[in-house]
Design a protein around this ligand. Structure first.
Ligand SMILES: [Zn+2]
Length: 423
């Protein structure tokens, strides 16, 4: 009998918690739908936004959150991360070696720090493009079930790559994701879908880490097979290409986004604009390597190559923006770059965007790239309650978004609070 009563009480508590209404006041709100509101209230019920309305009387019983000294923006989307690339900065260790030696279950636990630092930048959703042993799938699922605090993750599992090593008896090659020829591309895409990947990643050229070469790897036919297979499963295809050749073929093969890609030719850029292919240039990624080159033990010569790549990457972004290509903000964050996820936006302004256009790459454009444009990337009725408060006017200075994040809500829960009222 007592057991039964106890059960009833728990049910009541649970239903009370579910009915939670929050009334969030902002001095200004950029809603991600093209509208800027003044003196506005966002009504949140559970994990969703119920309404956006002039600030007046809160509904009875609602929890009131006063953010009138701040500007509200939608929770941002980082369209290119590697959340499971974790380094603890222990003296005498290097980021890449440490990753290769660690068990993936340990990595998943430690990578919570990357997830937390990402939330602190106002990023509430990421598209994670490459991980090993499905550590990314584990993280996504732990976050979704509430066991781990972090951004919503849309993950790729293993990225597809071509064989690039000689035979070495005793070593377990090929590594996960290796695919040579159309048949193997189909097999590896199906494997990622079977592992419950949300998106397919393909490495269409060389180039990564200190290597800024951009030689095409997969052929057009292989890229086309990956795009068609991914689309057949309702997944999108992201193709990594450091150079122009892989990008040219990836665009024509039907990739949904092109990552990095310097020196793209005018016809490829025009084709991207015509098809609506997203460009995720990740310019800031190499700025990070240059700035933190001591952590990676990179020589001055390596830094010079990286700086040359940055210059061409920015120039390509400028041309693509002028041609009307859609951009999504992707940091390509790895290791100690988490917490700097939105610095890419400053490069976008340098490439000729207005601050508003730059912000859009991290909100509605990122949502469209994920196929989530009806629930993410805007502060509007029916959307997930992913909301960020910044101090200042991001439409005048994009740096406000990068440096002045004060409060972050994800799915109706406050995950970061640096407001003056907070302890
Ligand atoms: Zn990457």
């Amino acid at each position: 009998m007592r057991k039964i009563l106890f059960g009833v009480a728990l049910v009541l508590l649970a239903s009370n918690a579910l009915a939670a209404t929050q009334y969030i006041r902002f001095g200004k709100l950029i809603d991600g739908k093209g509208k800027v509101w003044s003196n506005v209230a966002v009504v949140v019920e559970n994990d969703r936004i119920r309404g956006v309305e002039p600030d007046a009387t809160p509904p009875a019983g609602a929890e009131v959150i006063d953010l009138r000294r701040y500007t509200g923006i939608p929770g941002m989307i980082d369209a290119h991360t590697h959340m499971t690339y974790y380094w603890d900065q222990a003296p005498g260790t290097s980021p890449w070696d440490q990753s290769n030696e660690r068990q993936s279950s340990v990595t998943v636990f430690l990578a919570q720090e990357n997830a937390r630092k990402t939330l602190e930048t106002g990023v509430t959703t990421v598209r994670d493009l490459g991980s090993s042993e499905y550590a990314d799938i584990a993280m996504r699922d732990l976050i979704n079930r509430g066991a781990m605090v972090g951004p919503r993750m849309f993950v790729s599992g293993y990225g597809l790559s071509v064989t690039d090593r000689p035979e070495r008896p005793g070593f377990t090659f090929p590594r996960g994701g290796t695919a040579d020829g159309v048949a193997e591309v189909l097999r590896v895409v199906r494997q990622q879908v079977a592992a419950k990947a949300d998106v397919i990643k393909m490495y269409g050229s060389t180039g990564s880490d200190q290597d800024v070469t951009g030689f095409q790897t997969f052929t057009f036919e292989e890229m086309k097979a990956a795009a068609d297979a991914a689309h057949g499963f309702g997944r999108k295809l992201a193709v990594h290409s450091y150079g122009p050749d892989g990008a040219r073929d990836a665009v024509r093969a039907g990739a949904d986004s092109i990552e990095h890609a310097t020196d793209m030719d005018d016809q490829t850029i025009a084709e991207m604009a015509r098809r609506g292919t997203f460009y995720v240039p990740t310019i800031d990624h190499n700025r990070y390597y240059v700035e933190y080159r001591q952590q990676f033990n990179y020589s001055e010569e390596v830094a010079a190559h990286l700086n040359d790549y940055i210059r061409r990457n920015l120039e390509t972004a400028r041309r693509a923006h002028q041609a009307g290509v859609r951009f999504a903000m992707g940091s390509d964050a790895v290791f100690t770059m988490f917490g700097q996820n939105t610095r890419e936006l400053e490069w976008f302004v340098k490439a000729g965007m207005t601050p508003e256009q730059a912000l859009t790459t991290a909100t509605s454009n990122g949502a469209a790239l994920l196929g989530m444009e009806k629930t993410l990337g805007a502060v509007a009725p029916g959307y997930f309650a992913d909301i960020v408060a910044v101090e200042g006017d991001p439409l005048r200075d994009i740096g406000v978004v990068i440096r002045n994040v004060r409060w972050v809500m994800k799915g109706g829960k406050v995950v970061v609070d640096r407001t003056s009222a907070a302890k």
